[in-house]
Design a protein around this ligand. Structure first.
Ligand SMILES: Cc1cc2nc3c(=O)[nH]c(=O)nc-3n(C[C@H](O)[C@H](O)[C@H](O)COP(=O)(O)O)c2cc1C
Length: 198
């Protein structure tokens, strides 16, 4: 995988600094063992009241091509382009109601934590995980019929690192560009809204 270590303000764990979202992905299959491993990481994410509202639908091209093709068809054209060879798509969903039928307002937050655990575990295995919102959630719902109280949130491309040379010029440039973030002082405040944390 192309290394793109985050240029951090202070040192952070190498797993966090090294994870990024590549688009060059090879068509090599992801093993069922590797899929179990990333789902296990997701399962151990924290959640409000330990409700574990996250749900995942795994679409493994080498396991169920027909289901994979249906999931792939929901991606927006841009994402279909760079995912042409991806072996696995994982849809992230969240159960939005509690067992009592109340709204669980942190369900998408918890599902995001689980998705990121999945992404970190993938990175530690040397796999690529690239989250996407660019897909048609209504089409996904029509095709796969999750229950009404389950929100369709994101799709994750999962595979082995590919060769950036296979990307078109614009995407290759983005693939090789340094990762960037706004400063901590712009996103973290010190005891009062808008008082920058320094
Ligand atoms: C919820 C979510 C949705 C995203 N949607 C897309 C997408 O549809 N297509 C895409 O190419 N990248 C998508 N990304 C990847 C982001 O562009 C990427 O995470 C961001 O640019 C930061 O780069 P990094 O993950 O390499 O640090 C998405 C990321 C997240 C977390």
């Amino acid at each position: 995988m192309t290394e793109k270590i985050a240029p951090t303000e202070v040192a952070i764990d190498p797993l966090l600094a090294g994870r990024w979202s590549p688009r060059a992905i090879s068509n090599t299959a992801v093993s069922r063992e590797q899929l179990h491993s990333v789902l296990e990481a997701a399962r151990w994410a924290p959640s409000s009241y330990n409700m574990q509202p996250w749900r995942f639908v795994v679409f493994d091209r080498n396991h169920d091509q027909a289901a994979f093709d249906k999931a792939f068809a929901t991606l927006v054209p841009f994402n279909q382009g760079w995912n042409a060879n991806v072996p696995v798509l994982v849809c992230v969903l969240a159960k939005t109601l509690t067992a009592k039928g109340d709204v669980n307002r942190t369900a998408p937050y918890d599902a995001g934590a689980a998705a990121f655990s999945l992404a970190l575990q993938a990175h530690s295995l040397g796999l690529v995980a690239h989250q996407m919102s660019g897909f048609d959630t209504n089409a996904f719902r029509e095709t796969f019929s999750p229950p009404d109280d389950v929100e369709v949130i994101a799709m994750i491309s999962l595979g082995h690192p590919g060769d950036p040379a296979t990307l078109d010029d614009a995407l290759r440039e983005r693939e090789l560009a340094q990762r960037a973030r706004v400063a901590i002082s712009e996103i973290a405040f010190d005891g009062a809204w808008d008082k920058a944390f320094k």
